[in-house]
Design a protein around this ligand. Sequence first.
Ligand code: NAP
Length: 341
Amino acid sequence: MSSEDQYLQYPKLRKFSMSKTRWGIIGTGDIAKKFAAGLSVLSDSELVAVASRARKTADTFGDSFHVGKRYSNYEALAQDPDVDVIYVSTPHSLHKENTLMCLRAGKPVLCEKPFAINAKEAEEMIVLARERKVFLMEAMWTRFFPLMVRMRQMIADGIIGEVRMLMADFGYRSEDQNLWVFNPNFGGGGLLDVGIYPLSFSHQIFGTPNQISTIPHLNRGVDEQSAAILGYEGGRMAIIASAIRTETPQVAYLLGTKGQIHIHSPWWKPKTLTLSVNGRPAELIEVPFHGNGYNYEAAEVVSCLREGRTESNTMSLDETLSIMRTMDSIRAQWKLKYPME
Ligand SMILES: NC(=O)c1ccc[n+]([C@@H]2O[C@H](COP(=O)([O-])OP(=O)(O)OC[C@H]3O[C@@H](n4cnc5c(N)ncnc54)[C@H](OP(=O)(O)O)[C@@H]3O)[C@@H](O)[C@H]2O)c1
């Protein structure tokens, strides 16, 4: 892809005659690999360093993604003066510790979702970032897809009228219950892993709920599946579901007074939607994306850094905190507390 194409795909990213933004990655797991692949399509970003708990995994990752600097501990990467921004890709329970360490070293951070285990942890991270005036953002990549930008414009233009109801789900079936996502010590369970996607989507459309009704199925200290109905002012509502032992359709619907938007599966990595406006034939709208999709959240970070912003408007820290508080309220209804809480 030419750099011209890249700017067309992501209009907020302006052309600057600056050198490339130098990224470092903490953790070398599944998502770190996908993020590194995403970064590779951004002509103004460069992955310069990776840190793992072990030299061998840092080297393997470094070889795969042509990363020059490989560290066998996370702190060394945080202290590297040649790194401009750090992507934290460790399990949920380590996000706070890893992010605080980077912020203390003065490094901007893109931290994987869920931002933290609970709102208390998230608040600590946000307070430090704001005190130090260092950039921080939750890596809720779904928000930055071109289709999501288009969908937000449709809503703002009132094409489907007032949105009255939202339905969205994200559930997958994992056969391997030895994964950390089944372990309460890591903040496991469906809500924090994938339920956060429909929840974050609901927050984006409706804001903070004033009512929550929810049911989980808990097993061995984590939620294997759950559903929730969130209520908002004026009777608007969101119906959301998540699972880590059940595959779900992974679709999203926005139901308005004048029509509907159906974001096709997988809605959290969207390419197509159907717009149905009352009295008109349904329209299939395709909004493709470049790269593997992770490039768009990275582009947002680069854009913020170059404009001297310490927070993203599309995924603000206030909203991240509000989402964390809603997850706390949902878990409180379930009486699900993690061992570290
Ligand atoms: N945005 C998305 O699409 C998306 C998708 C999947 C996951 N995620 C999020 O990304 C985070 C990581 O998920 P993942 O699927 O990449 O997990 P993963 O494959 O298990 O990788 C996590 C990495 O964290 C590091 N780590 C540090 N301490 C660890 C410990 N005690 N146990 C296990 N790993 C440890 C490891 O890297 P080293 O060995 O190199 O230190 C490990 O490879 C989670 O918070 C998850 O919710 C986001």
